[in-house]
Design a protein around this ligand. Sequence first.
Ligand SMILES: Nc1ncnc2c1ncn2[C@@H]1O[C@H](COP(=O)(O)OP(=O)(O)OP(=O)(O)O)[C@@H](O)[C@H]1O
Ligand SMILES: [Mg+2]
Length: 391
Amino acid sequence: MSKHIKVENLSVIFGKPSQVEQAKSMLDTDMHVSEIMEKTGVTVANRNVNFEIYPDELFVIVGLSGSGKSTFIRTLNGLNKPTRGDIIIDGENINDMDNMRLRTFRRKEVSMVFQHFGLLSHRNVLENVEYPLEIQHVDKKERTEKALEAIKQVGLDGWEHHMPSQLSGGMKQRVGLARALVNNPELLLMDEPYSALDPLIRRDMQNELLNLDDSFDRTIVFITHDMNEAFRLGERIALMRDAEVVQIGTPKDFFENPANDYVRDFIADVDKTRILKVRSVMRKPSYTALPSDHPKTLLEKLESGNLEFCYVTDDDNKFLGYVTTEQLKRSKAKSLERLVTEDNTVINRNAYLKDIWKNLSDATFEVAVLDGKKRLRGVISNDDIINVLAD
Ligand SMILES: Nc1ncnc2c1ncn2[C@@H]1O[C@H](COP(=O)(O)OP(=O)(O)OP(=O)(O)O)[C@@H](O)[C@H]1O
Ligand SMILES: [Mg+2]
């Protein structure tokens, strides 16, 4: 299970109520936030923010210090109230949640990982990870089982009885992550979780997060101020500046169509070949078929879309193979099932572009991109890569 989030015209202003009222009327003008602050004394931390985060997406918010990233994530978690606008999570407006509902939401459906770990220093690893279940009064046996499982997921088995002070920064952050995973949340919020770590450890942690993301259906909102990290991890990225979203899109969108000079400067130092993964460059397939589709109807669809072939998946989006238009023309079969050709050129979405570039140049069609569960997540062709890598 994973969450769908819709952010509609969200603004968050900090200040005295009378000042906030006054500032609200300035949100839709072209006054800069610093000017609004000068005039009214408030801080506008989020201003008219609009975007959608899809279920199971790894969505990254990037921006310089003070641009409003943490404010957004805290509002998503119900810790700040929107001054104006809505956040709708699976159809439920966060503004309509009463305290009881908010508490359940925070305890059971969403978890947060912080930059400075936030571990309880007098408790060992196991007890730290058990903590969220303990406050929900889950019985001892069950919470230990679940905590051990989460500890294993982050690669800390064997360290259950160590105290936080005996762990390195990377290990502490793993404990933080295990604690966030222990209640199996549908939404995971990560606020600069790796910013305090050394570059090499940071890279390991990023890779582990991507693998973890592949094994579970879960929406992840990840905050960073590092564009390289944003592009390595994010399927889509929102770049914030002075409380506003400047651009939102895939890394490919950013490279191909930077919204303005600010974005251009922001991405100037990104080493594309080293950080870009297939998941951040792939496209949605133009059409996918189900085995139950009728070959004749499918042929009409493909021809009308001018497509030479399409990929076939089952009801759970599990990848089965492809059928070509030629094949459909020749065949008299009543069901698609037997026409599906297996495909061995598929690529995992966490592969680096530099490692798959060569394979792709031999492919006739765009290649299917799968996740760890062999589900079809996108397609990619050599042209996509060339477009992104070329300046
Ligand atoms: N509770 C609060 N009360 C008053 N001002 C606040 C509050 N929380 C945040 N702010 C202000 O809102 C602005 C945005 O802060 P926020 O923490 O969201 O930025 P950020 O992008 O997370 O920055 P960083 O990278 O430094 O963590 C800042 O000017 C900050 O001082
Ligand atoms: Mg912050």
